[in-house]
Write a protein that binds this ligand. Structure first.
Ligand SMILES: NC(=O)c1ccc[n+]([C@@H]2O[C@H](COP(=O)([O-])OP(=O)(O)OC[C@H]3O[C@@H](n4cnc5c(N)ncnc54)[C@H](OP(=O)(O)O)[C@@H]3O)[C@@H](O)[C@H]2O)c1
Length: 253
């Protein structure tokens, strides 16, 4: 892997004109530990978000994914399913690790990501918040302790523009619970509206009590800084699929 400056972590951002992508670009451009070597947006994209990145004095011009041919340490993707697939190819050409923050990935895209992970470090991170990673561990512990005697439910709320439901985070949390207890599909509820950044609550209801584990994101910056911290951890890691929990020493494996 190559790096323009050995002191910094060189990154490429995929989905750079989007809400998350432009946040990652701007945070990296303002952080001496990172060098933004390239940024990709959807071919033909004319979004205002493009300008929001390119007006930064140190920003590279946003490019189509297939135009990007520089080396980097880590590709950070916050886009869409086709964007994530394009990010796999960017990472291959860049000989870079890949951090996928995009949610609602299709089977073929997951296959392409797993194929990349044979030779590259890859992190699939449907939520880059350390608090949510801790919540997943707590939920797994609660599910294993309370087991079958408690009814488990999961409610998530997000802003009106969010495309996927349930959220990638809800799917990740449900997976953590289901390793130890039942969580029926009809007990996973999604609410969309307003500008809610992200709320997730898991409830275990039993005889005479219930216990809730909740997480509320109050700013998208949480995910931006979580992504940059995860990218720093991912740089130079051995090939394979990693999780945010691994990067925070919260993994049960
Ligand atoms: N992991 C986390 O912690 C976390 C946190 C928040 C959001 N997310 C996820 O991150 C993703 C992006 O969220 P967002 O809120 O930033 O959405 P957004 O504002 O809609 O941004 C998505 C961006 O991806 C671009 N795009 C689409 N196809 C592309 C392609 N082929 N190549 C490159 N870029 C492409 C879109 O361009 P156009 O608009 O021009 O189509 C848009 O700029 C979603 O899946 C969301 O669920 C994850």
């Amino acid at each position: 892997m190559s790096n323009q400056n050995a002191q910094t972590i060189s990154i490429i951002v995929s989905g750079a004109a989007g809400r998350m992508g432009r946040g990652v670009c701007r945070a990296a451009l303002d952080d001496d530990r990172f060098t933004l070597v390239a940024a990709a947006c959807r071919p033909g994209s004319t979004r205002r978000g493009r300008r929001a990145v390119e007006e930064h004095p140190r920003s590279p011009t946003l490019q189509n994914p297939d135009e990007i041919g520089v080396f980097a340490d880590v590709v950070i993707d916050f886009s869409t399913d086709p964007g994530a697939r394009a990010a796999v190819e960017i990472a291959r050409r860049a000989r870079a690790a890949l951090l996928v923050g995009t949610t609602a990935l299709t089977g073929p895209t997951l296959d392409a990501i797993r194929d990349l992970a044979r030779d590259h470090a890859v992190m699939i991170a449907p939520n880059t918040s350390p608090g949510v990673a801790l919540m997943a561990r707590l939920a797994a512990i609660a599910a294993s302790q309370l087991g079958e005697n408690y009814d488990c439910s999961l409610v998530e709320a997000h802003h009106a523009a969010k495309q996927d439901a349930p959220s990638g985070t809800a799917i990740r949390l449900a997976q953590a619970v289901r390793e130890h207890a039942k969580l029926p599909d009809n007990a996973v509820l999604s609410i969309r509206g307003g500008d809610v950044v992200g709320e997730h609550t898991i409830r275990f209801a039993g005889p005479g009590e219930y216990i809730q584990i909740s997480h509320t994101a109050t700013s998208r910056d949480l995910f931006v800084h979580g992504a940059l911290r995860a990218a720093a951890w991912l740089r130079g890691r051995e090939a394979g699929i990693w999780t945010i929990e691994d990067s925070l020493n919260l993994s049960a494996r």
